[in-house]
Design a protein around this ligand. Sequence first.
Ligand code: SAM
Length: 281
Amino acid sequence: MNPSAHPRALLARWGLRPRKRYGQNFLVDPATAQRIARLCVSFCEDGRRARVLEIGAGTGALTLALLETGADLTTIEIDPALIALLRSRDDLRGAEIVQGDALEFDYARWSHGASWSVAGNLPYNVATPLIVGFAEMPNGPESLTVMVQKDVADRLAATPGTAAYGSLSVAVQYALNVERAFTLGPSAFYPPPKVRSAVVRMVRRAKPAVEPRDLALFRKVVRGAFAYRRKTLVNSLALALDMPHAAVARAVAASRLSPELRGERLDLDDFARLADALAEG
Ligand code: SAM
């Protein structure tokens, strides 16, 4: 790599240091950025120009790789110091660079109802709320190609009965198909993080995996089932939903589930049947 394009050199030129509070671990290798960018735009191969929203431009490694694919690119960066750096780069002129918090951005207004995708090497402290927000968003992104900590990737892709399976797995898999792409060690970043990272690709399902009658209740049931992981499903739900134990036990029986089960054994169909039974009361 051209040493002057290394994040360390770019930051030093602006008198900056990586900021922990913003989860700043910058990608060092342009080939990795290109690999993520190609994965992101690959679902648009039917001739459409990919409309991409990048979360957290940093010093611009992935921003540049996304622009090089020909994507129509907007990037959101929270750190004002990095905004100045990014806007000074001639090679990033093609991107719309927005200063803001990705947790508060008005995605509906920005997307105008057109289809769009998300890419990013996500800041670790906001990665999960961002992904759940995108999964649950009306008119949300068609796909997400994101770098996250490996344990988050494990939880996103987890299947019932495994230690990593939880409310994050269910909330995301309800709306999106999750595929792991590749993993990277700490040396791929500056500064190196303490843990391994993984790129995950999530593509919106043509329709949700299940169709519970009351989606808000389904979401509450999912969260409630995992709220007390050491308790049985009935006990955890009764506590979390503040419902009589007997009413929950009846709904569990009506859903053809064993009262001794724990939440981590239930798949999406089980959760939908259970939410419907609880809605009937
Ligand atoms: N994409 C760059 C790269 O791969 O080198 C930077 C990745 S770094 C892990 C995450 C970036 O997200 C940082 O630049 C950080 O300042 C930014 N960031 C952190 N929290 C954010 C938020 N809530 N909204 C937007 N950007 C955020």
